[in-house]
Design a protein. Structure first.
Lengths: 363, 363, 363, 363
């Protein structure tokens, strides 16, 4: 099989690099095009990395040789790749939305890590194990925008991926979840590079991450919601409250979660059983980036821990532990996922694999 | 005024050292006696510190020259000091209780940092700004034990001191608090020395501290309770749930708190006003270790932070920030206190100052 | 005595803040003026701190109320202060030199933390305990520049202050030092704020600090040199080699030093004795910022350590330890000083105190 | 090919775990036996890990099922494995020597990570790329001890592996090295678990590691020496001086090195060329654990860095950077290797592969 040529937009940033790292040796996709800002355009990719290669291992040599395109040159991209991963890190959301729309209009599906389009009514926000069926809005999205083969899919914020899959697994089995109180301990890589100042996290933690609590509280409702008439209607009946903290950990977001169920409440054993047996489309379809077991429960009293558990199953599994009865709500637990793999580039790749397998990506 | 001679039991441990550091130049009290295990007894204090001086600055020279007594030699202590601070760090709670009883029986009031007597019905667990009136059980405690001048007072666990004073301040103004969900990010000094292994907190956090969540959930109920018939009856109507995490911070416990009030709910402005004007006995009595303002509210969006706020007002004030309305409960906020000063030795000294000022310490 | 009004240039940066923090309650000097870039000018100082107060404790309230002047408005400064501390952090050295010259020309002595004028032939680079007599070039400097009361004094880079005083103490006693090989482990605060990216120092060290090794190797030669004909001639006969590393420590630069003497070699006992008895002008003149004992030798096998020793004697003393015979050179040792106090603002204040006491500052 | 059964002595410690982790899926060797102290003996290996699995990833399931033997039961080991890796972490060197001798006497070659036998005259201390020919002393060692098939090979301390290969590569090309001054920044994993206390390395570094400088200075002389008459004679003419520091890094020892050559001095270009083309027996023999390129030179100005470079080529390559002319000696550079892989278990496995390939291991 010939691999499908893909492009990475915002390729010089940390998320862009992570896409390139993870796509190396991907069985279906191959990075054929990289684009960045005009300052980088025209340089070889390896020369355009002003802060160097930030994501571990070595820059794949073949990608290092690619000449960086200008992100605004959509036509150039269209010649080189079948679809794109959007890894923009710039603050201008309007501009990101505009770019992503232009790529979609030029027949290139866009899988975006940026938050710009997360609020767009007809753009699915995908966690592949939770709402794979949200991809089915694509034809409607294309129709509404007048796009033929292009479309836009986004992945949610990295902060919620550590806890939402375990919660969803319980909901899927018929246990209504009404309240969630969550405190996250988030890794510094979530802020990119240079990102968090070292003086903020050496002998310190910071009880605030700009915009993060809002995303943690709101994005799950869209993910758990349903499409009606070509637009997503948020899930109702679930209230989420989040504290987001920055801690001196390189990778891996940890969440401390209190959960209140509706009338029907599972036992501890039922919860454990549900988590251990939970499988979804990525597993059924045997997608390359799918973790074999999406939720790994750890029995040790002091797990999950970021350094020890973030890399579980290619850094794509969610590790959960410390499930115990709660004196205020029903249960509490701790959960963890790798923020720049599962919570960013890896999650984006998994969504693209899913879309490809479902036939939405023409090539 | 001649200073009152005090002893420190368990003087070579980290909490014992902290007492000695903080008592240097105390206006009322002077360390006249130090006691430790038989292995250390007979040595000069400075020679007995096998891990060195761990608590910052230099070992006070005068104390360094003291000869360490054996903790089991209560008579020796009785000759040298009017009361003692108990800083035992050994795991045997029965033995600690036995020692503390013996010192009390020998006419020496005991102010204890250990958890051994926290569950004892007639032993007051004091946060000086919250339940100073609990000291009034002392005559009853003496009567029940047949002690004359001795008695036992304990301070609570360090994990709850960051959030309980702000919560109490609201309760005191008539706002009933019904539910608290708390996640703590706790400093490594809380585990003493050598304590937490570096491999557990470099590029890592640990979502578990042995026994800490139980203390965080239960001890507040005694502190907020009332004495009836010579025994403390826990406060009712408040449910607390805690997640306790260890983070790579030297000193300063941070708590992320969600609070649900009863029917009467304060506004954000009322809460801020209550916190800023909160004063209690330590302030009224102008005790040496009393922070001028027990609760300092910080307006910056990203405070309190351990390294920046732990030392506020001699490390005795609680710093609070990020008060905001909560989508699940009523309000949420972050709060912080210095775990080895306010949460340990400093809190013990403040309790002793209070007891002295109230006339319970004869000399 | 009425305090002397001083100004701080570059007041909003981290070094500027450190000056303001340290000068609070100074017995001789009082911050009467703060200046920064045009963007900050006109605002109250407390409003101009876009990254907040970074240097510990609280911003002194009185200084917080000062209106920030524009650094280019030299006349405004001249009305408000007798001399200035220059804490510029901008990269343009030419511009810094120009500003410092303008302030000096306007009758304001300048004590600079910037590196811009360190290479200027007639500008003394002062470590108050080492080369106080270098201040005597001031009249010559004024004559050469046509300045009346103004002049420029600089302090050296923070990286060399941990080891140069101990080395100088030995040279002063007649032991010629021929070779020094030094490896530093430097704190992140040396790079200001935001400075070092957290991803560079969590679970990591960086064996490189831009420009730092050159300064560490060259600046000592000027400090140890002598003025001849109104210009400083570097010390000869001493070769220095430096490796400079960045480590995840907030404050405190540590140096590992190998030293080769000339023909006359001291014994270990002589070295210890020299260090312990070393005193210089700041001590003799009892300057407010002078450490009582400039070099503190620690006997413990594992000291000095940044967190434990950086604050020795108001963070102005150099802590030394581990003196041992060397299998390649003659001796080796480890030494440490606080980089933002002794190595920056505190060292600048001490130089100003010295100049004042010597009569160079008119007021 | 059937795999060779190997045993791991001291299997529950951190080095023992690392051996087990690295040997999983080894093409030649298979862990068939694990032994530890009497307290662990008789338990399943997975149950015997009182501190859990410390070395990343998951405990290999098959090994977890093995029943732990008592290290003193040499006969039991002899039945199950052809040779053993010794990963003893206990302080009693005499006892380790005794055990290792007993295993060798029982026909089991011993590859030891312990320091106990490093000083033994006829025991080769192997870095496979440097002194593979030292294995040729094995027949002599067997003869002297009256052993038939057993023998003892040790690997050196982890602190010197980061710099010795680059130095040796230059010596091999005829450039005599006369002086080395080295400062190491060593990872916490070097001390095992719990090992370094977190209070020693959060916001801190420690300029001392017990016994480490002596090993760093002396062991290279044996490695570079030659066997004469059945005993190793240390290399002469090279003086080494070391400072060893502990820094808050999980894995990866960094060394800052100053090197003085004899009369014949290479140019910078020659050095770079020598390093890049350096190959030795492990590469020629294509040993499974051999890095393809033993010395990787990095051109970036700020490399090598522990987190970014420790895993180079299966964590078996040495990364070098910052080669520059030295103002005191001839050249200086920074180098880095993974302390628990290249510097411990991985180095031991490579030595065993070499011995196997050379025919010293019968099976």
């Amino acid at each position: 099989m010939q691999k499908i040529a893909v492009g990475v937009l915002g390729a010089t940033g940390m998320v862009g690099q992570q896409y390139i790292r993870l796509l190396e040796n991907h069985p279906w996709f191959e990075v054929a095009y990289v684009a960045a800002s005009p300052q980088s355009a025209g340089k070889q990719y390896k020369e355009a990395l002003k802060n160097g290669w930030l994501v571990g291992g070595e820059l794949p040599a073949r990608v290092g040789e690619l000449v960086v395109g200008d992100v605004s040159d959509v036509a150039a991209a269209a010649k080189k790749c079948a679809f794109v991963f959007s890894a923009f890190e710039m603050p201008e959301k309007d501009l990101i939305r505009q770019y992503e729309n232009e790529y979609a209009a030029a027949d290139m599906p866009v899988f975006s890590n940026a938050s710009a389009h997360r609020g767009t009514d007809n753009v699915p926000m995908i966690i592949a194990e939770i709402n794979p069926h949200h991809l089915d809005i694509i034809p409607e999205q294309q129709k509404q925008n007048g796009w033929k083969k292009g479309f836009i899919v986004v992945k949610p914020n990295c902060s919620l991926q550590s806890y939402l899959t375990p919660i969803f697994a319980l909901m899927k089995e018929g246990y209504e979840v009404e309240k969630l109180i969550i405190t996250t301990l988030q890794a510094i890589s979530g802020a990119g590079y240079p990102g968090v100042a070292s003086l903020d996290v050496v002998d310190n933690v910071v009880p605030y991450i700009d915009g993060e609590e809002e995303k943690t509280e709101n994005e799950p409702l869209k993910i758990l919601g349903e499409a009606k008439g070509g637009t997503f209607v948020p899930h109702r009946g679930l209230a989420i409250s989040a504290h987001c903290n920055r801690v001196p950990v390189t990778d891996g977001h940890l969440a401390c979660v209190n959960v209140a169920f509706g009338k029907k409440k599972p036992s501890r054993e039922e919860i454990l059983s549900i988590w251990q047996t939970f499988r979804a489309d990525p597993q059924t379809l045997d997608l390359p980036f799918a973790p074999k077991q999406p939720i790994i429960y750890r029995d040790e009293p002091n797990r999950p821990q970021p350094r020890k558990d973030r890399d579980a199953d290619k850094a794509m599994a969610v590790s959960v532990g410390r499930l115990r009865e709660d004196s205020v709500f029903d249960f509490k637990f701790a959960s963890l996922s790798h923020n720049t793999v599962r919570g960013a580039a890896g999650g984006g790749i998994l969504a693209a694999e899913l879309a490809y397998k479902k036939g939405y990506i023409a090539h």
